[in-house]
Design a protein around this ligand. Sequence first.
Ligand code: OOB
Length: 548
Amino acid sequence: MKPLEQIFPAERAARYREKGYWTGETFPALLRERAERFGDRTALVHRDTRISYARMAEAAQRFGAGLLAQGLKPGDRVLIQLGNTPEFFTAAFGLFAAGMIPVYALPAHRRTEIEHLLTRSEACGLIIPDKADGYDYRALAAELWDVVPGLKHVIVAGDPAETGFAAMAEIDGDPATLPEDPDPQSVAFLQISGGSTGLSKLIPRTHDDYIYTLRESARICGLTPDSVFLAVLPVGHNFTMSSPGTYGAFYAGATVVLGHSPVPDAAFPLIAKEGVTITALVPPLALLWLDAAERLKPEIPTLEVLQVGGAKFLSESARRVKPVLGCTLQQVFGMAEGLVNYTRLDDDEETIVTTQGRPISPDDEILVLDDAGTPVPDGTPGHLLTRGPYTINGYHDEPGANARSFENDHYRSGDIVIRRADGYLTVQGRAGDHINRAGEKISAEEVEDHLLAHPGVFDAVVVSIPDAHLGERICAFVKPRDGQTLKPVELRKFMRARQIAAFKIPDEIRFVDGFGITAVGKISRRQLRSQLRAEVLADEAAQQEQTA
Ligand code: OOB
């Protein structure tokens, strides 16, 4: 197995410890400590089930010990693909307790993504629901079982039916068999990247670095043991997990309510019933909530903070949050690779609605550079590069991506930002070719690859188009092979059959005879994408003029 590591240069590591950012806490110790301190208080609410801190910890420890009894070993990597259910936390904290490494996949991932993540992480285990949202994850696991040689344990939260896989409820062991706590600088888990080129990369995060973000996020977001955090976005995503998210809520001894649907009809009654004080949304959902709240005038006086992040929240919409929902908006601009920025709860309204916040840590170092790599003055857009006490120094097993994304000990996020003199950042866009569709990051290259696999496709170029609802949508330009006629519905069906997450299927497909630039000579795909994007924007502007 390729070793997992996240190496911070010694000088910085020493400074982060000295300044008290890295405290040496680890996830298994955190779980025990919180169970002792908050024993009977409610950690988790899911439908009619309420789970105390003590019970959550016990379930996790027994599950972790059960995995050891099944033959898994400390250091083994296990992919978790569970939705917003208590089993997610039993699995994740159980793996921590047993010294194993969770790899967090999303429920929307399908065979292509899961096979890639299992293979890349060299995972020996996979934890899935039986069925969720009409999809049978057992069938997916059964297919993978035959093609991923390293996969030795599939565990089903629910009914394994005839598959022969293990039922999660039956994995049980004696917590006395759990190993000693890991080194706080060791890798605690693998988060996945949004993937700007090709498939997702694996992001190794350490106990020390991640727990620092939980502690500071809980403080910045004002969490106390009386706070109630509602999770409606997928709990495996870094935003919902740590900004402050579910783990930050546990850090603070607060209560986490697991929502089964982010739509206002489900979420508003849940907020009222459980006295939710804080929740986190991506911009398209925030818009949906704002419109619904104007119509329904829900009674949700306990809601103090609405966090919006994952994609740009436009200031016009941001301005509506306080008057319409009666709570404070907090913008969150973060990345699974590390750096997270928040507007602070007591910032002035202009800062809250027009910026995406400032970094968590005084030791988050931010560079804003022009294309030539020279720092730009404050107020001027440039490429964001960063390093700090919780930003990674490399992806797992990705020499190519590491060479592209890391330079002079800094991570290049691919975002174009403007920095204010006081350190607040405003996101202007992306330098690279990924599409931020309602907070889901999609690599243009990956979608092009799927289209090119169709025998009738000669070439394909995929671009992001600004979209009033999604923020950005996926538009694919497709040149069919000579003599072929293709239909959008046929291409979409073909892509679905390739078993990829549904959010990667183009929203719009335009057929072209060619890309009309051969005369110019060699042109990079990046230039081609920006040219095609400009064509769509010009089309849309012309249409708007006609209707106006
Ligand atoms: C969060 O994490 P990822 O890893 O899914 O995506 C990171 C990328 C950023 O590089 C940026 O391009 C975009 O998502 N992004 C935003 C944004 N928040 C994230 N772009 C504009 N405005 C924002 N507020 O998405 C994530 C991780 C932790 C906390 C929050 C979000």
